[in-house]
Design a protein around this ligand. Structure first.
Ligand SMILES: [Zn+2]
Ligand SMILES: [Zn+2]
Ligand SMILES: [Zn+2]
Length: 164
């Protein structure tokens, strides 16, 4: 038995999204495939304006911002993409690789990497609401931003100590 490689999982994710787009009558243009591929393979979250440059440099595609905008919003509506509003107000788009259940996301503001956070404190909030406000929660949104393992650089001096 061979181990499943990460790239196989990525390919499966891409194929399952393309299939669901096709089933719901959507056209799979090179741009649709390109945007999904870009997000799935990078594991990153990008603002709208960056897609134009990324599609050009990585896939050699030329597309207008309005076309990219239209595709991204269609993919969002179909549930193929997720979005979040960063603290700086910018909306970024990404593909959530985890389709198995409720979770939240950690965004690295340095390299744009998006990672799943598989804990949720909604029960704690609900308990507070019940106890203190006699209220019932129907929605919650939690997002975390910061520096990932690779971007959270230690100062040079302590870096050297670890290497010795
Ligand atoms: Zn996720
Ligand atoms: Zn990072
Ligand atoms: Zn939650």
């Amino acid at each position: 038995m061979t181990k499943k490689r990460v790239s196989t999982t990525n390919a499966n994710l891409l194929e399952s999204y393309l299939e669901s787009i096709q089933k719901s009558g959507g056209r799979i243009t090179p741009l649709v495939r390109g945007i999904l591929m870009l997000l799935i393979h990078s594991g990153k979250a990008y603002p709208l304006q960056e897609f134009q440059e990324l599609l050009h440099s990585k896939l050699n595609y030329t597309a207008s911002l309005s076309t990219i905008y239209r595709i991204i919003h269609r993919l969002l509506q179909m549930g193929c993409l997720s979005s979040m509003q960063r603290q700086d107000g910018e909306i970024v788009y990404f593909v959530c690789q985890n389709t198995s259940g409720h979770h939240h996301h950690f965004l690295c503001t340095q390299c744009h990497k998006i990672q799943d956070v598989n804990i949720c404190l909604s029960e704690t909030y609900q308990k507070f609401l019940t106890d203190n406000l006699k209220a019932q929660m129907t929605y919650h949104a939690i997002q975390l931003e910061g520096y990932c393992k690779d971007c959270r650089k230690l100062p040079d001096s302590s870096d050297d100590i670890f290497k010795k």
